[in-house]
Design a protein around this ligand. Structure first.
Ligand code: SF4
Ligand code: SF4
Length: 410
């Protein structure tokens, strides 16, 4: 870690105004500036490692807003990531987080855990599910695991409909494969309707970013190697992700880890260059889709994931996509780009802080009168849908599911 860079902080405070956690807690120790100061003191050996220091560093959504705002060009994200690794090595992590990392680190464990969760959920009484919470989310509002993972319900290669325009490789990540198979099926239908052959390489697994966020570099390394092997063999075709976090992992994090994990930097750079998010890809090819005439318009609002805006993707293409989709009455929410408080496992680890953020988002989305709320991040989707009240008829879906609906294919 470069001390010089950390010392570049001019204490201007601009990052405080960007930080969702600071905006809720309004305490200096919860600010990006303070986290940097603590990391600097730890590096200078004037502050010993401790569980309190670990908590102060980890009470962060890893949203990237502070780095985007910083006039000194400090890479907060990289500093926090490295510090999390050091803290996890020194103190370990909570048992639930260690269990999550253990499960994410191997595909067969993910599959088994999803199966157990699906069966267990069916056995729990409805009253218990209503009362119990996973972080800030009542259990009965947590999404249901599908009967089979997405990749087990599709062939490895799906041919296009009509004239063939090319081939795309679909990286499904763990959330779409094990939890949101509906997103995966919709994405395949839309891509094949556009004339693309869709390859879903066997052997892919979790992108590993959730493990890296918890400092579990060794476990993450195994998943990264697995994905490189699965994707590296897939020639030059574009690699599409439906999750901004997966995109950030493949495009930005893997290249940074080449030395640490002894990865072939040429292969990793080749993969990174091929990665695109599916939403802008579809936006660029909208004229290849044949939408039926719509008598009525769906009222739709959107939420921009932090990793879309500050990690991978930049401009909010979802808004542009919605404006161009026939039969959609796009109703932007004033705070569409504010963080929802999901942040990987943040909604579970810091439910009180997360709840304050997501309640504001829900109230604001309601003012739009929308029936559908779209977002292209699985954790944002879980957090937003999980915090709508039970009476709400609003649905939270991925933008590709909306496109698929409007094509009249679902
Ligand atoms: S990454 Fe986000 S939550 Fe973390 S310190 Fe920066 S702005 Fe705050
Ligand atoms: S924006 Fe950058 S320079 Fe300003 S206080 Fe935050 S970290 Fe320091």
């Amino acid at each position: 870690m470069s001390r010089t860079t950390l010392q570049n902080c001019g204490r201007c405070g601009l990052c405080l105004s960007a930080c969702p956690v600071y905006k809720v807690l309004k305490e200096e120790h919860a600010s990006p500036r303070a986290r940097l100061k603590l990391i600097q003191a730890y590096k200078n050996k004037t502050l010993p490692t401790s569980p309190v220091l670990q908590e102060l560093v980890s009470k962060c959504l890893m949203c990237g807003r502070c780095a985007a705002m910083c006039p000194s060009g400090i890479n907060h994200y990289g500093k926090f990531m490295e510090m999390r690794r050091e803290m996890a090595a020194a103190h370990g992590d909570k048992i639930e987080i260690r269990s999550l990392v253990f499960m994410l680190a191997r595909e067969y464990r993910l599959r088994a855990a999803a199966g157990v969760a699906r069966i267990g959920r069916g056995l729990l009484p409805a009253s218990f599910q209503k009362k119990s919470r996973l972080g800030n989310i009542p259990l009965d509002r947590f999404p249901r695991f599908p009967g089979k993972p997405l990749r087990e319900t599709l062939p490895e290669e799906i041919p296009p409909q009509g004239t063939e325009r090319g081939t795309v490789v679909y990286f499904t990540g763990c959330a779409t494969n094990h939890l949101f198979a509906d997103t995966g099926h919709a994405s395949v239908r839309v891509l094949t309707a556009m004339g693309y052959r869709v390859r879903i390489p066997e052997g892919q697994t979790c992108c590993a970013l959730p493990m890296l966020f918890h400092g579990a570099a060794d476990q993450a390394g195994n998943s990264i190697q697995t994905n490189i092997q699965a994707l590296g063999a897939a020639e030059d075709d574009p690699i599409l992700v439906d999750c901004a976090t997966c995109g950030a992992a493949l495009k930005k994090e893997y290249p940074l880890l080449c030395d640490t994990l002894h990865l072939d930097s040429d292969v990793v750079a080749g993969i990174a260059a091929r990665v695109s998010h599916i939403t802008p890809f579809v936006l660029d090819h909208m004229d290849e889709l044949d939408f039926p005439a719509a008598d009525t318009a769906l009222k739709v609002t959107s939420h921009t994931p932090c990793h879309r805006k500050h990690g991978f993707g930049g401009e909010d293409v979802v808004a542009r996509l919605l404006k161009q989709t026939p039969g959609v009455d796009y109703r932007p929410a004033p705070d569409a780009e504010e963080c929802c408080g999901g942040g990987g496992t943040f909604f579970y680890e810091y439910p009180e802080i997360s709840k304050k953020m997501v309640d504001k988002k829900v109230a604001s989305a309601r003012t739009t009168g929308a029936d559908i709320w779209v977002t292209d991040c699985p954790v944002c989707r879980i957090n937003l849908a999980g915090n709508l009240d039970g009476e709400s008829s609003m649905r939270v879906i991925h933008p590709l599911e909306l496109i698929d609906m409007q094509l009249g294919r679902s």
